[in-house]
Structure formats: structure tokens, C-alpha cells
Design a protein around this ligand. Structure first.
Ligand code: F6R
Length: 611
């Protein structure tokens, strides 16, 4: 995680860097810093968010045409001024920012201590920086050469940007395992963890690959591998507008992103789903369609909310395609030496496309011969590039740290893939296939109707905001939606919440139920409905507060609840896309009612690029 920004050109570097850091704060926000190069290196850094650093620098002479900046999500060393980036080398002549983890930093640190180095921070970054400086001094070589030598010894993941006082217009950058984008302007270059810091200046970008090193000056971009061979930069055109990363009148990105869902789901279906013709076209998976269709097993690999999308997909794929599906936490999958058989297909689900656990998991599976299908939101991201085939979710930039529109877009894409396989395999009847295509087609309009619940849910949030715990329950297709509802509530409102299969609740969690506990059921009309209602009765009998997402017109279920959120009727395969949205709104409004920074909840970061 962590956000990094760099600039070299003729403009003032500081405002570009600060603005860029604000856009990258979703990646981490516990401390911030900038290093400016103006004949001498000046480093300013501070615990806290970007705005706090900015306030502390008012009135300072920040004039410089070259600089780097960092917004941190702490890994090594608590968030404080000392551990904030940039770090300065022992001589004070180098400054560096880093996103990632140097796993063998302790060993490198011992070597440096034996040579007489001491350290101002607890970070792995300062160790790497001094390791680089030590190589530079001892070998009397260029910084570029020293970086290359150092990185051959480094175990871990990194994007590093370095400034050297003796190279006033140059930034040296290198990447392995964390993202780095270079924007190409006229006589200037921009660097960022993603393209957002450079959007208003250029649409031409280069995505740096692992084990590449870049030497960047205003008029020059040299890309090399660690063997010192030059690589021709592959310049791509950005398909992203500034408006997409701004709040557009909403109080928070999270609310904006929740309200964007009719459009994002429409964008996701557009050009793929033709309900009249009865076709689903997914060009990104066409080349591997045969293998996917004939897969003996599909393994969904993901983390967090994306893992919940995988769980919903498990129900859908098994129901429609009759393929055995397993859903794996990427972090567990990777470390347990998984059995991969010929014919296994991995579906990696990720909003950011940079989640380290997911990335490493699919690299492991790929090395064992699996076919990797990426369901990814960020175009050009690492997971998208590592995958054999894939389908973008086209939800646009998701900036609120809690995932919302990416989740529903993931469900839409996974449903389309399942329908396509089922159709091609012949495991679905023509009528059901056409019915589900029509249902999917109607989702954007139904989501608009779900969003009309916003004011009602805001009132519910006021009513339940002081709860200390909450239980989220659902069955079948809606069980993962309950898990997602609980995750949203805990990350945004810091209320302890648990998601559970509704029936499983009686095997333990029911002990928690008393008259103070809100129990949120996802209880739309589906084949599990009667059973879910029985579980609701069990909660009611123990005086729990019953709140439920129900289907419009279901007065019988409404009658046993304290409060309901009624959503339009939908087939059970499609319903999770709709039932997830009241969960998002409830968490959002409770977080706001409690006065929390819902876009940047404590301890979290948007893109988790550490394992
Ligand atoms: C929760 C949330 C996280 C992410 C998880 C995976 O709201 O956003 O749980 O879903 O970190 O991230 P991606 O999807 O980027 O791989």
C-alpha cells in the first residue's frame, strides 16, 4: 500500500505532489511527506493526513521543479514523524520513498550496523536507502548502478523513487510487486501509484513492470531491466476523466460510488449482454472459453469484499453451470501448497488488481499450470496483466476505501460469465437463460429504485447507530451478502458485526441475541425464504431487534420485523446485486452519524499491496 507521487519538469513540483497525494490517500493515510530538489534536498514529513502536512508547510519556501511525495500505510514502525517517508540517507544526499515491504531488511540492517550505520527510523525503507548509498560509495558508481546492485539482494516488494542531490533534475524509480505509472508530458514527467495524480496533465502513460528501473528527467524517460538493458517504454492512452475521481457534489466518495451503481452496472453490461438477441459477448475470455467451459473445477481467489463476490459466484456457477467451485482466501490458498489439477481454472477477483495476496496466489497457481481468469476493475493493473484472460468490471475509479460499486460490478460480470458457460455447456434451459438475461438487463433500473431507500435508511441509521454489536444473517445466494453487510458496517462505523449463514446462527451466535442486538436479515423472496423466516422467528422469540432487506410487497415478513428495507423483486440469482445496496447505505449512514471519516476508515487502505 502507500501512495507515491513524483514530478520532474518546469512546473512547481510541490502543488502537483500535494494534489496527487490527496488523490492517492485511499492507499494509506497515517503519515505524509515530500522531498523537494532545488539545488539542495529538502524533506518535510509528518504523522497524519496530507492536509495536515500541507497546513504545517504554509509560509515555507517550497520552490522546486523536482520532487517526490508519499502517503503512508504503516508496515514497519508505528505511524509517527520519524517513520514517515521520504527518508534521507546517512549522508543526507539521497532521499527515498517506498511502497512495499523489504522482507530481508533485518539482515541488511545488521550488515549496515556492523559497518557503523545508525538509523533514525524503524522502517525497512531507511535500511534499503542506506544499503543503496553504501553500495554507491563503496563502488564509486552511479545511483542507478547502486540501485540495480541493491535490488538484486532485496527480497520483498517495492516501488521506490529516489532523489540524489547531485542529479538535480532526475528521479530514479524501480518496481517489483507494487504499482508504478509514469505520465509523459511535454518536457515533464509525472509518477504515481496510479494515474490519478497526472490526469489533468497528460493522457499518455507507461505502466512500469516488475524488475524494471526508470531514469526520469524532464525530457527523457529511460527504462531498463535489472540487467542494465534498455527497454522500449510501452506508451498507453489513459481512458479516464478527471470527473471520475472527484466527489461531484456528494459529501463522500463512498456515497457517490453507491449512487453511481445504476450507471456502473449498466457500463459493465453494455456491449456484452444483448437480452433481445439472447447473447453474452465477453471478448476477453473468448480465447480460453473452451477450457473454462470444460473446467473440472473453478477456484475463486480473492480477499475481503471481492472474496464475498466469489462466494456469491460459487452459488451461481454451481447452480447454473454444474461446475464444482471452491472459494479461497488468497492469503491462505497461496501458503498451503494447493492441489491444482489439469483443467482447473482460477478466477481471481480484485477491484484494485494490485492486492498482493491475490497476485501471489495466482502466480503460484499459474506456475502449477492453472488457467487464470481475472475479474478486475483497474485497467492495466498487475492482476489484469498476469491473468491469461479476463473481464474488466468497468466500475470506474473506486476511491472510498470501502468497496461498493466494485462489488456489484463484480457480481454482474461473474453472473454474465456463469450464464455464458451455462449456455455454451447446455446446463441451463433456454427459457431460464433468457429469463436471467432479461433480469440482468433490468438491474440498473432496479438499482435506481433501491437507491430511493436512501432517506429511509438514513433514519434507520440514526435509530441503530449506538449499537455495540450487530449480526447479519442470510441463506443461499444472500448469505455472502450478509457477510458483506457485516464487513461494511465494521469498517465504516467500527461497530462489531458478524455475518453468518442464517441457519448456522443457532449453533452458537444465537447466544448473543438479546433485546439490544440488531439482527439484520437479508430475506428477499427466494427458494430459501420460508426457512429464513423461521430463523427470523427464532431471533424474535429471543427479543432481538429484527431489521430485514425484503422484497417489495412482502407484508408478511415485514410484519414480524422492527424495520425493513424493501427492494424490487428479482430472481434469486440476480438478487444479491440489489440486496447488497441497502447494506452499503446502512453502513455509510451509521458511519456518518457517528462522525467518522467514512472514506478513510482508521487502519485501512484501499489497495493492500503487502502480504
Ligand atoms: C472492503 C474492501 C476490502 C477489499 C480487499 C480486496 O470494503 O474494500 O476488503 O475488498 O482488500 O481488494 P481488491 O478487490 O482490490 O483485491
Amino acid at each position: 500500500m502507500c501512495g507515491i507521487v513524483g514530478y520532474t519538469g518546469s512546473k512547481e513540483a510541490y502543488p502537483i505532489i500535494i494534489k496527487g497525494l490527496k488523490r492517492l490517500e485511499y492507499r494509506g493515510y497515517d503519515s505524509t511527506g515530500v522531498a523537494l530538489q532545488n539545488g539542495r534536498l529538502k524533506v518535510y514529513k509528518k504523522k497524519g493526513k496530507v492536509a495536515e502536512l500541507e497546513d504545517s508547510l504554509v509560509g515555507k519556501n517550497l520552490h522546486a521543479h523536482v520532487g517526490i511525495g508519499h502517503t503512508r500505510w504503516a508496515t514497519h514502525g508505528e505511524p509517527n514523524d520519524r517513520n514517515a517517508h521520504p527518508h534521507s540517507s546517512a549522508s543526507g544526499k539521497l532521499a527515498m520513498i517506498h511502497n512495499g515491504i523489504i522482507e530481508n531488511y533485518a539482515q541488511l540492517k545488521q550488515e549496515l550496523i556492523r559497518k557503523g550505520y545508525s538509523f533514525k527510523s524503524d522502517t525497512d525503507t531507511e535500511v534499503l536507502l542506506n544499503f543503496i548509498e553504501d553500495i554507491k560509495t563503496n563502488n564509486e558508481c552511479s545511483l542507478e548502478e547502486a540501485v540495480r546492485i541493491a535490488l538484486k539482494r532485496v527480497v520483498g516488494a517495492y516501488v521506490i523513487l529516489l532523489l540524489d542531490e547531485s542529479m538535480p533534475d532526475t528521479i530514479i524509480a524501480a518496481r517489483k510487486g507494487s504499482p508504478l505509472v509514469i505520465g509523459i508530458g511535454k518536457g515533464e514527467h509525472f509518477l504515481g501509484s496510479d494515474a490519478s495524480p497526472m490526469l489533468e496533465y497528460t493522457k499518455e502513460v507507461v505502466y512500469v513492470n516488475d524488475y524494471e528501473l526508470a531514469i526520469i528527467r524532464p525530457d527523457e524517460l529511460i527504462l531498463k531491466n535489472l540487467g542494465n538493458e534498455k527497454i522500449t517504454p510501452y506508451v498507453q492512452k489513459l481512458d479516464l476523466e478527471l470527473a471520475a475521481i472527484e466527489k461531484g457534489g456528494y459529501d463522500h466518495f463512498m456515497l457517490k460510488e453507491i449512487f453511481e451503481q445504476p450507471q456502473t452496472i449498466y457500463d459493465c453490461l453494455r456491449g456484452r449482454l444483448d437480452a433481445n438477441a439472447g447473447t453474452i459477448t465477453m471478448s476477453g475470455i473468448q480465447k480460453y472459453a473452451e477450457q473454462i467451459m470444460n473446467a473440472t473445477r473453478i477456484i475463486m481467489v480473492a480477499c475481503g469484499t471481492s472474496w464475498h463476490a466469489g462466494l456469491v459466484a460459487e452459488y451461481i456457477f454451481e447452480e447454473l453451470c454444474r461446475i464444482n467451485v471452491e472459494v479461497e482466501y488468497a492469503s491462505e490458498f497461496r501458503y498451503r501448497n494447493p492441489v491444482i489439477n489439469p483443467g482447473d481454472v482460477i478466477i481471481a477477483i480484485s477491484q484494485s488488481g494490485e492486492t498482493a495476496d491475490t497476485l501471489v496466489a495466482i502466480e503460484t497457481a499459474k506456475a502449477k499450470g492453472a488457467i487464470i481468469l481475472g475479474v478486475v476493475n483497474v485497467v492495466g493493473s498487475s492482476i489484469a496483466r498476469v491473468s491469461h484472460a479476463g473481464a474488466y468490471t468497468h466500475a470506474g475509479p473506486e476511491i472510498g476505501v470501502a468497496s461498493t460499486k466494485a462489488f456489484t460490478a463484480q457480481l454482474a460480470v461473474l453472473t454474465m460469465i456463469a450464464l455464458k458457460i451455462a449456455h455454451d455447456k447446455g446446463t441451463i434451459s433456454k427459457e431460464r437463460y433468457m429469463h436471467l438475461l432479461n433480469e440482468l438487463n433490468e438491474v440498473p433500473e432496479k438499482v435506481t429504485r433501491v437507491l430511493e431507500l436512501s432517506d429511509h435508511i438514513k433514519k434507520l441509521a440514526e435509530k441503530y447507530k449506538d449499537a455495540t454489536d450487530a449480526l447479519y444473517l442470510g441463506r443461499g445466494f444472500n448469505f455472502p451478502v450478509a457477510l458483506e453487510g457485516a464487513l461494511k458496517l465494521k469498517e465504516i462505523s467500527y461497530i462489531h458485526a458478524e455475518g453468518y449463514p442464517a441457519a448456522e446462527m443457532k449453533h452458537g451466535p444465537i447466544a448473543l441475541v438479546d433485546e439490544k442486538l440488531p439482527v439484520i436479515f437479508v430475506a428477499t423472496k427466494d427458494s430459501y425464504h420460508e426457512k429464513v423466516v423461521s430463523n427470523m422467528q427464532e431471533i424474535k422469540a429471543r427479543k432481538g431487534k429484527l431489521i430485514a432487506v425484503i422484497t417489495e410487497g412482502d407484508d408478511t415478513t415485514a410484519a414480524i420485523c422492527n424495520d425493513v428495507m424493501a427492494i424490487p423483486e428479482a430472481d434469486e440469482v440476480i438478487a444479491p446485486i440489489l440486496s447488497a445496496i441497502p447494506m452499503q447505505l446502512l453502513a455509510y449512514y451509521i458511519g456518518v452519524a457517528k462522525g467518522y471519516d467514512v472514506d478513510k476508515p482508521r487502519n485501512l487502505a484501499k489497495s493492500v499491496t503487502v502480504e
